[in-house]
Design a protein around this ligand. Sequence first.
Ligand code: MLT
Ligand code: ZN
Length: 457
Amino acid sequence: MTVHQLKKKLTSLLGQDNVLASREDLLCYAYDATKRVHVPEIVVFPGSVQEVSGIFRIASQARTPVVPRGAGSGMTGGALALQGGIVLAMNRFDQILEIDEDNLVAVVQPAVITGRLQRVVQEKGLFYPPDPASLDFSTLGGNIAENSGGLRAVKYGVTKDYVLGLEVVLPSGEVIQTGSKCVKDVVGYNLTQLLVGSEGTLGVVTRAILKLLPLPEAKQTLSAVFPDIHGAGRTVSEIIRRKVIPATIEFLDKNALWCVEHYLQLGLPESAGAFLLIEVDGDPAILEKEIRQVQSICEANQALKIEVAQDEKDQERLWKARRSVSASMAHYGAFKKINEDVVVPRASIPEFIKNVQEISRRFDVPVINFGHAGDGNIHVNVLVMKPEDEPRCHEAVEEIFARTVELGGRISGEHGIGVSKRDYIAKNLEPGVLELMKAIKKSFDPHNILNPNKMFP
Ligand code: MLT
Ligand code: ZN
């Protein structure tokens, strides 16, 4: 089928306004947060599950690739049309369909922005915990596809822990329902959890049933500055060992602090080598005790400066340093950054950081580390200062992956595999497991039309 014939069929299904094919329109759907560019041939905006199904029937017949897209904020290329074809833009699926306060669930469409659901349920005293740093612009559908984590994962887990059921359109055009509103459900294979984190390669989510929690009554936030990363690392281990589980334990290394300080001028001590942001939430009476315990652990590990937020404005100011890391890295003046999201067992963080520092020196490439210290998920940003350094930087990344695996870690904790890491997937998965995964892909998508060439080398 020619692109012209395909466009004609899609236009008669969706109407002219919901099909784009001009070069300037297509360019707007050719990128994501990886900054790679792959221009699709057609972009479509379905408005109902029947239309999504119809698009797949047409694409199946034409053997044309279909790439689902939410906000386009993914960090590993999941929404890129590597082989052209159709981009399935889910923007019109933006309704919160139900907040069921009796069963503590929300039923949503996939293009709802994560932060919007959080604000809506908060007004009812409820809580949707997954909070990727992108929560103000990424969508629930994208979060489900990538099984997004975030800053509260240490206590509350990640997206998969809140998905009870899905409505999904398969590459054949068939519409299936998985799971239910029931908290307990062991009927058959757990297809819901197979689809969560499948990076848009098995089916397209058109509706999701999400678990909610009661909103924690209060929270307390503390920041601590340390002379080096080791004091910060020991503090994290000690907090966990004492069985205090904060909602958030985030860290910034010396380079990340330098970037944030140049960006925001927060007045961090000159000798600062690491920064921790810790938040506890729950019953106010217990919180007082917990935050004092955290404070004394920081003191025992030679923190240079500790600040406990006195009110919400203070809390917001402390969070600003952490939230600004990605943006502030521009101050380093790099030509490009390679942003990894490796995860190691949390007790191994100090050793892992030591290894990364050694690799950074040996390959002579600047590295900025920050991330989710409470769950061992570190954003290792390898900075490519000039184009000719790029091969050396990729060698450094290979070594970082090797150290990660040696420490019992995984090459991705939250951004997924997509196209960025597909050549490295075998570092974590043995051949038999990879073959089983490819067989699963084939049984969902025998003609390989849904998001082809992602995840597997
Ligand atoms: C974060 O934790 O800030 C995000 O995963 C994004 C990033 O790595 O820049
Ligand atoms: Zn992150």
